[in-house]
Design a protein around this ligand. Structure first.
Ligand code: B12
Ligand code: SF4
Ligand code: SF4
Length: 439
């Protein structure tokens, strides 16, 4: 065991100096806050279990898998005595510029606009770990662990216990001076360092701004977020189709969402970071939504190299883009959706069809009809039919008759082309369409 800790088993003067030394080192490595807590049992584990029980985790199965381990930080490192909790301020002003308030530009949540925090913080944590080892603050490499985000730790609880701040009603942790634009990470060591006091004294009081502003009602009660409704989950974590009832709520968010933090009064005076790591990359602010639809795999990989946005893959990001185009009032939005409708990814075509169905312009109907003739993927065909059916409700008799005539002539033309035995698949989709028109 290291010499410093032999001298400082309790909270005495030497320990105060040691804590300050570690804190200073953490700050010099690029963290904005450092606190200490014991690696003992977690206090909010029952809240975590209750949250899972409600089904709020949606398809994030790893959260269920981690449930047993999350009772204590010692489950990830048996010899752990202390958790050094750190936080990094990523608040840059890029998102408040006029460009980002323009609804025809896709919005990325702040944390994702620069380099991937998992990589950035991991690098800083490794440096911290090296330093802690060199100072004799852990008995060996195997007696340390570093985590950022993905590990089975209750990161918000650990930072709260280490004195960072309180759980806001939106469930993010708020520091009384730094606000909530901070990312959390940890180093576990087998030395005992006197813990900070859990944060107390300030809370949200009667404020409900975040709850009122959330576009999907995801903050179901104080500190309870139903992830299945949260745009952050829907646009990043969810891999397949976005449930229809939330699609029109995206506004122009195409990766994550910051609304609940943007409206929080505790962020009004949050200090901006000078760390350029978090600044928006070139290209993020200039592209319009309809430009994003043209992004091919090569460009996607180039644009989002070492970026958190890679998580959605190209198909996920474009799914979000075309969904956001449903509400974009610019005339170019339709041309963007036309491109989306021809995308190689079924998921993108599906959401493009829905978005065209959601829009009021007449031309969207004929686009959908035309595409129905060439589409072969079952799910996309269903989505187009649903989109057309929703438009039928608003069609005039004349429009319906016109569509029916068109449908019959299409069917005749196809019969002539394919002969009596060919085109089974097309015929079944044709039957569905005819039924749709007759309904
Ligand atoms: C799964 C996950 C999500 C999910 C679910 C979010 C949620 N609110 O649960 C989704 C995908 C929606 C998400 C979204 C975001 N996330 Co997230 N996410 C996580 C992850 C991996 C696990 C969180 C979790 O376990 N949730 C389940 C709930 C039950 O646990 P909890 O959030 O920790 O909540 C605790 C409190 O609510 C407390 N509690 C509840 N009731 C009570 C009552 C009392 C009296 C007390 C004292 C405590 C208490 O107990 C809970 C358990 O400890 C963590 C990293 C990690 N390993 O912890 C990051 C993390 C929480 N996410 C983070 C961020 C930045 C975000 C986003 C801002 C990203 C974005 N802009 O899109 C949004 C914010 C949305 C929101 N309002 O929460 C940061 C939060 C930093 C901070 N300042 O708090 C974390 C810590 C990642 C990191 N390493 O920095 N996230
Ligand atoms: S991140 Fe957006 S969708 Fe999620 S809880 Fe906050 S405001 Fe609601
Ligand atoms: S907006 Fe209000 S209720 Fe929500 S976290 Fe901030 S202070 Fe708390």
């Amino acid at each position: 065991m290291n010499k410093n800790l032999k001298e400082a088993p309790n909270f005495n003067e030497v320990d105060v100096q040691l804590r300050e030394k570690i804190r200073k080192q953490g700050l010099s490595l690029g963290f904005d806050w450092v606190g200490f807590t014991s690696a003992s049992k977690n206090l909010t584990h029952s809240s975590y279990l209750a949250w899972l029980e409600e089904g709020f985790a949606g398809e994030m199965n790893y959260l269920q898998k981690h449930a047993a381990q999350k009772t204590s930080s010692q489950n990830v490192l048996e010899s752990a005595q202390t958790v050094i909790s750190v936080a990094c301020n990523y608040f840059h002003d890029d998102t408040s510029t006029i460009k980002f308030q323009d609804s025809s530009r896709g919005r990325f949540s702040r944390y994702s606009m620069g380099d991937d925090y998992h990589l950035v913080l991991k690098e800083r944590l490794e440096e911290f770990r090296k330093w802690l080892l060199s100072e004799g603050l852990a008995s060996g490499f195997e007696q340390t662990r570093v985590y950022v985000d993905t590990g089975p730790l209750l990161e918000r609880e650990l930072a709260w216990r280490a004195g960072f701040g309180w759980f806001g009603k939106h469930s993010n942790l708020i520091h009384p001076k730094l606000g909530s634009w901070l990312l959390l990470a940890e180093v576990l060591i087998d030395s005992k360092i006197s813990p900070d006091q859990p944060f107390s004294g300030i809370d949200c009081g009667s404020c409900t701004r975040c709850i009122d502003a959330c576009p999907t009602g995801a903050i179901v009660s104080d500190r309870q977020v139903d992830a299945r409704r949260c745009l952050s989950y829907l646009t990043i974590e969810l891999k397949n189709t976005i449930p229809k009832q939330y699609r029109s709520k995206l506004q122009n968010w195409i990766f994550g969402c910051d609304i609940c933090q943007e409206v929080c009064p505790w962020n009004r005076k949050a200090p901006k970071t000078s760390d350029s790591t978090w600044k928006a990359r070139n290209g993020l602010r200039d592209r319009k939504l309809w430009d994003w639809v043209r992004l091919d795999q090569e460009e996607f990989s180039k644009q989002f190299r070492k970026s958190a946005v890679k998580r959605t893959k190209r198909r996920g990001l474009l799914r979000n883009v075309v969904t956001a185009l449903s509400a974009c009032s610019h005339p170019q939005a339709i041309s963007g959706l036309l491109i989306g409708l021809r995308d190689e990814e079924e998921l993108v075509r599906q959401h493009s069809a829905w978005a065209l169905g959601f829009r009021r312009q007449r031309i969207t109907k004929s686009i959908l009809w035309r595409h129905l003739r060439v589409e072969t993927a079952e799910q996309v065909i269903i989505e187009i039919q649903d989109a057309l059916a929703s438009k039928q409700k608003h069609s005039s008799k004349r429009e319906r008759a016109c569509l029916l005539t068109r449908q019959v002539s299409l069917a005749l033309a196809r019969k002539h082309r394919l002969g009596p035995s060919g085109g089974n698949h097309r015929r079944s989709s044709h039957n569905r369409r005819t039924k749709l028109l007759q309904d």
